[in-house]
Design a protein around this ligand. Structure first.
Ligand SMILES: [Zn+2]
Ligand SMILES: [Zn+2]
Length: 497
């Protein structure tokens, strides 16, 4: 009713941090503010200063809130948020008296984008970690600073909440602030069924008293670690990545881990648009203890990426095979990342593809085509007998490009039938396959490769974002060739030759 009677643009004004209905009502009735634009114009021109209670400082704060909400409208990518959070955790943990520290929230669950950063710290003296955070050069504004909670806004456009908790309750707080809400609700209900009460302070016996147990000095049944709480609730500890729903639908025994990956199957060199020479790339893979590396430079139609003509490709294959001869501690495969053209044909003829040890087929152009064309296009590549994997199948870029929206069920069914892998590209701009597609693959028995698509030496470190996404999809290593032994991997690869 209220919504119908006020200008629709005022809803956005109401959503600005720090603006309540009274203030917004005043701005509307006395200042003709009907949306964020007219609010901003009124502040800039000074016409709103005549309104009661609208001092210069209040208006400056509102202007501040407008700018922030604009900047943070696009959530932060996991690949940007995680290194930032790690840096904050490192700085705060160096403060005096900090005994335990961790980030929680959707970041810990590995979501592809992050709203804000939650950090928990246990400390003997709460002032010291609080000061460590508020005095960081990235801090643009301290929004709230109390004994147990401090909120700041960083110049990167993200809010950070630091909570100080006793070390004895760290696990309960970590569990609570990691979420998700749905998972926490499930845990609380399980506690109730067992005559217990779970909150952010711990798991307590439920004695029926209204007053919360922590206020009455009761000792919790479990609080120090998450594992102890799960155990008391008769549950296997749930990895943070699988806490998105109330209870993970499936949790394979062989859930992929960073350590289980032993091969990189998608990487570029200076031959196309990478920055590493062939030897530098091989060196990166060896340093990580991988048993297999596939070198996959771009194909001829990717002109902007310096894709290889057939002639250059054949020379490249020879060079890779020679390099493979030089190294007996790693198998180096001559591969290619071959463009899937708009109609589903591949960028090299079959006789050329047959000379490659390993073929990834990827869509790079025509990424706005309709769903049915995209499905046909990708199906053709999946069904091609010389193709091992489909690279970044939808071509989406997080916060930038929607990409293709093919019929995933049909792609998955074809991929299973032809034993073609769908790639989970670990680059945090891509994370393509998405987590929910990985779950479909796991359920249907489709092979999923996890690769960094390395273009430079640091890119191998992006693998962890792919692993988090794979774990969110519940992927077991038995469906992930990167986790297989060298024999298993090579025998699958040769089956396509
Ligand atoms: Zn690509
Ligand atoms: Zn690539």
């Amino acid at each position: 009713e209220l919504k119908a009677s006020i200008p629709p643009g005022l809803i956005d004004v109401l959503a600005l941090p720090g603006l309540g209905p009274k203030t917004v009502g005043l701005l509307w009735k006395k200042g003709d503010v009907t949306d964020v634009e007219s609010l901003e114009a009124g502040i800039d021109s000074g016409t709103l200063t005549d309104i009661p209670r609208m001092g210069k400082k209040t208006l400056a704060n509102i202007k501040d809130a407008i700018e922030f909400s604009r900047r943070s409208a696009g959530r932060m990518r996991l690949g940007d948020a995680m290194p930032l959070a790690e840096r904050l955790v490192e700085s705060i943990s160096a403060a005096e008296g900090v005994t335990k520290i961790a980030y929680a929230g959707s970041l810990r669950r590995g979501r592809e984008t992050i709203g804000d950063i939650d950090i928990l710290a246990a400390a003997n003296a709460p002032e010291s970690p609080t000061k460590a955070l508020t005095s960081l050069p990235d801090v643009e504004k301290v929004l709230l600073s109390g004994e147990t909670k401090t909120s700041v806004r960083l110049e990167q456009g993200v809010q950070v909440d630091l909570r100080i908790v006793p070390e004895s309750q760290f696990g309960a707080a970590l569990m609570y602030f990691t979420g998700s809400k749905e998972h926490n609700v499930m845990l609380r209900e399980r506690a109730i069924e067992r005559g217990l009460r779970l909150n952010e302070y711990g798991l307590f016996e439920d004695d029926g008293e209204k007053e919360p147990p922590q206020n009455r000095g009761l000792t919790p049944v479990a609080a120090k670690t998450e594992e102890a709480i799960y155990e008391q609730l008769d549950l296997q500890p749930v990895p943070p990545e699988l806490r998105e729903e109330s209870r993970p639908e499936s949790m394979p025994d062989d859930l992929v881990t960073l350590e289980s990956v032993k091969a990189e199957l998608h990487a570029h060199t200076v031959a196309s648009d990478g920055t590493m020479t062939l030897d530098e790339l091989i060196d990166q893979a060896r340093r990580r203890g991988f048993h297999t590396l596939a070198v996959t430079d771009h194909s001829k139609s990717s002109v902007q990426a310096n894709g290889l003509s057939v002639e250059r490709l054949l020379e490249h294959i020879d060079a890779i095979h020679q390099a493979n001869e030089r190294h007996d501690d790693i198998t180096v495969l001559a591969g290619s990342e071959v463009d899937i053209l708009a109609d589903g044909t591949l960028d090299y003829e079959d006789d050329v593809l047959a000379r490659l040890d390993w073929v990834i087929a990827s869509p790079h152009s025509s990424l706005r085509q309709d769903a049915s064309k995209a499905t046909t296009r990708l199906l053709r590549a999946i069904e091609h007998p010389l193709v091992h994997a489909i690279g970044h199948p939808t071509g989406r870029l997080i916060n930038e490009r929607e990409g293709l929206s093919p019929d995933m069920t049909r792609l998955m069914e074809a991929a299973r039938e032809h034993e073609t892998a769908l790639e989970l590209n670990a680059n945090p701009w891509r994370l393509d396959l998405r987590d929910r597609h990985v779950r479909m693959a796991q359920e249907l028995g489709v092979i999923v490769t996890i690769d960094t698509d390395a273009h430079g030496p640091g890119d191998f470190d992006l693998l962890r974002f792919g692993i988090m996404t794979a774990r969110r999809g519940g992927l077991g290593s038995s469906l992930c060739p990167n986790c297989w032994t060298e024999d298993e991997l090579l025998s699958w690869i040769r089956s396509k030759r």
